[in-house]
Design a protein around this ligand. Sequence first.
Ligand SMILES: Nc1ncnc2c1ncn2[C@@H]1O[C@H](COP(=O)(O)OP(=O)(O)OP(=O)(O)O)[C@@H](O)[C@H]1O
Length: 309
Amino acid sequence: MAESSAERAAADSGTARQQPPLAVPASAVPAAGSDPAAVPDAGPEPAAGSDQAAPDVSRVPTVVVDDLHVIYRIYGTGTGHGNATAALRRMLLRQGSPNVTTVHAVRGVTFTAYRGEAIGIIGSNGSGKSTLLKAIAGLLPADRGRVYTDGQPSLLGVNAALMNDLTGGTNVLLGGLAMGMSQEEIHSRYQDIVDFSGINEKDDFISLPMRTYSSGMAARLRFSIAAAKNHDVLMIDEALATGDRAFQKRSEERIRELRKEAGTVFLVSHNNTSIRDTCDRVLWIERGELLMDGPTDEVVQAYEDHGGR
Ligand SMILES: Nc1ncnc2c1ncn2[C@@H]1O[C@H](COP(=O)(O)OP(=O)(O)OP(=O)(O)O)[C@@H](O)[C@H]1O
């Protein structure tokens, strides 16, 4: 679980602490499962300290990520014996644990996010963007390092769980309750949420079970539910890529509003135009490392110069 109160953390650690300069070890190995061919290239050589400014004490920090490492452990690899029966048999025979493969998905990432910022996270496939968001949301434990957050971050991913057998309308109610809204609040926002999603534009789909929705429709509804509430920290994983252009425009507008309402928004996307339109700061992650952290134009330009799309 992510730890509480970035302010407390910043105070504890004396906010002005020097963040370690970014170092890309020469021995850096691509994380298993990532596609090295898809990595544009090693990217710009990060100048020590140039891309990770010291925390700004004049603004309110909402998320502090300090030398974060996340490692996935995949059990039973190589043997084909990863199921429960095989595990029980091994226990009964008092055999050791099966082979474990590790994937070091996030490697020493450090940054501070502030209230009012919209931060894009870019990088090639398998570079660690979603893993970083999940770790900030407290859904994955840190192997090393720390994450401090202000309030409970809400992760809105294309895989965010709603109940497929329930109607879109019931999911709006459940999603709202899960986010801590009162029944009255949900009822008063219900029509806005449905209209924003555009689910009912062609027919009364909101009365049908979500399993009848296309993946784009489901993603739009998830975004609309999550965006109905003002979040301290809202994290969006690729949601904008799923809707049509009109929905993307509405989402971008809503992200701008959420920013004005003093939250912090993280957006993971492969759509550089969305990132440019929505974010004022961008983190470029490659092979689990933070390669660049700076103003959107500079970072996206560098990413594109190195073949990123
Ligand atoms: N549940 C998991 N178990 C094991 N390895 C995983 C798991 N999820 C992701 N990985 C690995 O961690 C690394 C980072 O994956 P992640 O999904 O964070 O990348 P990403 O940058 O979000 O990718 P994409 O842009 O393709 O969505 C990859 O090498 C991936 O194979």
